[in-house]
Design a protein around this ligand. Structure first.
Ligand code: NAD
Ligand code: AHE
Ligand code: ZN
Length: 371
């Protein structure tokens, strides 16, 4: 058992509380990781706020981290102390029915315990100093200086990659670029619309540019996102608040009849409908990335689908983490993708709640906590 510092979500809607916690060592198939840096994703805020139907408290949130292996449990063969790793909220066991099917990245081997805030043996390694158990989150719990993660949920990465940048590959970068490349499989010359120019949407834009899209329309209520989105490849910007009349009609006209691909990176179900309906009749595909609150539902006229539009979704950009994440780290190190400009704020663990305030004010793209 060690003691480590963590930001604990004690109850829904409450600020995270920074405290020393107990952490038991790794059991069979598990790995103790020292987290060096972690990004703050909107999904962490979604759970902290109480909107997540799977939210459990108290818990240590955070799922966008990078760090170093400290100790491995019995039977762990693919990692050793000193290895650099990125925790994966979508693991890759390479054995389950899902891993063996190339149509999905949704490894289900530990999904039920992960969703219950537990490690695969059904217990938690974290507790408060008075012994109160603390739940894990998305199998990662990167808002702690040390965490225990199953071996199948760790991608081994090269040792020269900076933790404070590549932590973002643990969610935002992979989700955005992967939605374009793995899920939509966007073709050269495509026209696309991206709703939400935050930490995910900007990476969708970066992915679209890599894929050779001709037109990349960004839609956001915050004009403060225009400069960064343009830097990453946005060709046209639409602020829905400035459009007189129907937004769908405006986007259909702007894209010459509708977009080949649209992406929701807002989590707003009304935006998801707009995104579907702005896709081209006959072939347009709309990809849902955003995570919507408990109880929210999507709707459209079935005629929208009858006339050839498709509604799809993606988790972690369709990436198989242990295989794909090390390659995305290489892309960053080789200059094929850019991360640095999107990391707009660096914080200490004690400042983590300020990171959520920046997110709400629309002032940050990614805030990263460095330990
Ligand atoms: P973010 O807060 O950085 O960005 C959200 C952006 O959406 C902001 O720029 C905001 O101004 C814009 N926005 C909000 N409402 C809008 C509206 N009605 N119209 C247009 N723009 C609007 O959040 P993020 O970290 O980029 O996450 C985006 C969404 O993606 C969240 O719902 C998050 O939970 C989800 N997410 C999903 C996955 C996945 O695997 N599917 C992975 C990561 C994040
Ligand atoms: N717990 C939520 C669902 C949250 C969700 O959809 N999470 C995405 C990753 S978001 C990362 O920022 C995901 O991976 N989904 C697949 C899965 O198995 O959770 C709810 O609504 O219950
Ligand atoms: Zn995330």
């Amino acid at each position: 058992m060690i003691k480590t510092r963590a930001a604990v979500a004690v109850a829904p809607g409450k600020p995270l509380e920074i405290m020393e916690v107990n952490l038991e060592g790794p059991m069979a198939g598990e790995v103790l990781v020292e987290i060096k840096a972690t990004g703050l994703c909107h999904t962490d805020e979604f759970t902290r706020s109480g909107d997540d139907p799977e939210g459990i408290f108290p818990a240590i949130l955070g799922h966008e981290g990078a760090g170093v292996v400290v100790e491995v449990g019995e039977g762990v063969t693919s990692l050793k102390p000193g290895d650099h790793v990125i925790p994966l909220y979508t693991p890759e066991c390479r054995e389950c029915e899902y891993c063996l099917n190339p149509k999905t990245n949704l490894c289900q081997s530990i999904r039920s315990t992960q969703g219950a805030g537990l490690l695969p043996d059904g217990t938690t390694r974290f507790s408060m100093l008075d012994g109160t158990p603390i739940h894990h989150y998305m199998g990662c719990s990167t808002f702690a200086n040390h965490t225990v993660v199953p071996e199948i949920a760790l991608a081994k990465i090269r040792e020269d990659a900076p933790f404070d940048k590549v932590c973002y590959i643990g969610c935002g970068v992979t989700t955005g670029i992967g939605a374009v490349i793995n899920t939509a499989k966007v073709e050269i010359g495509s026209r696309a619309v991206v709703f939400g120019l935050g930490g995910i949407g900007l990476n969708v834009i970066q992915g679209l540019r890599m894929a050779g899209a001709d037109q990349i329309v960004g839609v956001d209520l915050n004009p403060g996102k225009v400069e960064m989105a343009t830097h990453f490849g946005m060709t046209d910007f639409v602020n829905p608040a400035e459009i007189e009349g129907d937004l769908v009609a405006h986007l259909v006209e702007l894209t010459g009849g509708g977009a080949d691909y649209t992406f929701d990176a807002t989590g707003n179900v009304n935006v998801m409908r707009t995104a579907l309906e702005a896709a081209h009749k006959g072939w347009g595909e709309s990809i849902i990335i955003g995570v919507a609150p408990a109880g929210a539902e999507i709707s459209t006229r079935p005629f929208q689908l009858v006339t050839g539009r498709s509604w799809r979704g993606t988790a972690f950009g369709g990436a198989a983490g242990r295989t794909d994440v090390p390659k995305i780290v290489d892309w960053y190190m080789d200059g094929k993708i850019e991360i640095d400009p999107m990391i707009t704020h660096k914080l200490t663990l004690d400042q983590i709640n300020e990171g959520f305030e920046l997110m709400h004010k629309g002032e940050s793209i990614r805030a990263v906590v460095e330990f």
